[in-house]
Write a protein that binds this ligand. Structure first.
Ligand SMILES: [Zn+2]
Length: 286
């Protein structure tokens, strides 16, 4: 199988990404994912039907997503308006949290089974591919920006740098960027939220081993072994942007380890508890 950079050495990655057809981009992306994530072999990644968005990462990598609407007969029976609740699932916004991407890959087939088919899922397993696929994975993107501090929350220009300087002592792992939405990955996530209009957002991280929540619905108490522990609201974070600014519930799942997946039983428990919470608390809005 052809790896882009091996077949055409010397060309900048961004130029290659613009020249190559989408199918080749997806092929190469899965090859790279298969090398980085032990639990996601390249062939399995390709079988998941992810497609590249029109947008690209800072280094020109594909930004991959999958749309999973419910089967038509379930759509009609689910809601009076005939619309299933929309759930946006995002992994790997911090590139060095490998399990946060791997768990979303694991969930993709589960979204096509049983009760999960009552929902319209949109899935972004790797929101920060440059970070995940860097020689040594990085939390930040290729511009050194923490994407989870770069969302255009109200008063970002006033708060984000002040917070970074005072509260994090200019921690480079938490740099919010030169301006709100300065990064292509953030702009793409914001446009997905705007176009898809999710009824809930699930964002997977690691390694704090807890659940966090922002937004209007009843907060979840427990998914598997993870229990609710509010971390607070940060300038430019997805929880702030979605949960506070856009009034969309945002559940943040913090897995206990960035490099070791939870045991299979715990993966299933988190999934089952999340479906229970969705069924009781999330309806299609508008
Ligand atoms: Zn994180």
């Amino acid at each position: 199988m052809c790896c882009i950079s091996r077949c055409l050495p010397g060309l900048p990655l961004l130029l290659l990404a613009l020249l190559l057809p989408r199918a080749v981009l997806a092929e190469d992306w899965c090859a790279a994912i298969g090398k980085r994530l032990k639990s996601v072999p390249a062939a399995q990644c390709r079988a998941l039907g992810l497609q590249p968005a029109a947008a690209r990462s800072q280094q020109g990598r594909a930004l991959m997503w999958r749309d999973l609407p419910p089967p038509a007969k379930k759509l009609a029976s689910r809601q009076p308006g005939g619309r299933a609740p929309r759930v946006l699932v995002i992994g790997g916004i911090h590139g060095d949290e490998l399990t946060s991407a791997a768990l979303v890959f694991r969930w993709l087939p589960w979204m096509q089974e049983g009760e999960a088919t009552h929902y319209h899922w949109r899935v972004i397993p790797v929101a920060n591919p440059d970070g995940l696929l860097a020689g040594k994975p990085t939390r930040v993107n290729a511009n050194g920006v923490d994407l989870n501090r770069n969302f255009a929350t109200p008063d970002w220009h006033k708060d984000a740098h002040a917070y970074w300087q005072r509260k994090t002592e200019r921690d480079p792992r938490r740099y919010p960027g030169k301006a709100a939405s300065s990064e292509p990955e953030t702009r793409w996530l914001e446009s997905e939220i705007g176009q898809f209009r999710p009824d809930v957002i699930v964002s997977v991280h690691a390694p704090y081993g807890l659940l966090d929540y922002d937004g209007p619905a009843r907060q979840p108490q427990r998914f598997g072994q993870l229990t609710l522990s509010r971390l607070g609201v940060y300038p430019g974070s997805l929880g702030n942007y979605g949960g506070v600014h856009k009034n969309v519930p945002v559940v943040t799942i913090e897995l206990p380890h960035a490099n070791a997946m939870p045991p299979a039983r715990e993966q299933r428990a988190i999934w089952a508890d999340m479906l229970n919470w969705l069924r009781r608390n999330i309806v299609a809005r508008g």
